[in-house]
Design a binder for this molecule. Sequence first.
Ligand code: GDP
Length: 176
Amino acid sequence: HASAIKDANIVLFGAKGVGKTALTVRYITKRFIGDYDPDMEAIYSHICLVDGKQFNLQIMDTGWQTETSDIKEDQLQWADAFLIVFSLTDRFSFDIAQGFLTYVCSNREDVRTPVIFLGNKCDLIHRRTISEKEASHVADSHSCQYLETSASENYAGVVHAFAELCRQIKVVNKKK
Ligand code: GDP
């Protein structure tokens, strides 16, 4: 019934080339398509079922940001939940993502706003420069969940990341 449906807006932040579009498109279409316009900003609608509850998601794939001043106030206001993405092969993107994490966590009015710190491209094992330990330590320090994904190789992992965010949204919603 209608009251069981939860509308939620998700925003992806991250440096250029970390896989924000790849993750979003993979999640929604199940497909991995090689290259995308990096500047493209788009909002995708997606209905999913998590633990028997329906979520009507609006997913905003932002263009890209290199510093927190690139984050727009209306993006922060619009979002119910955040995926802060970096590439496990790119330390620069990790440094940027840490800045975003700090920024998002300090700006949100409600400390329980769902945020997942997401290391993408875990399939590129030989090019990995960020360890799971290092990244999860950063997430822990902000009381955030840390997950690793591969948009290219592991569809289930991508679905899991969005489902975990929905679970967090559900918890927050219950407390309101
Ligand atoms: P965005 O700028 O953050 O939106 O990044 P894109 O989604 O455009 O991805 C940048 C590049 O990384 C593209 O060439 C993608 O094909 C590639 N890419 C994205 N995710 C993965 C992944 O999980 N593994 C690998 N090997 N490549 C990926």
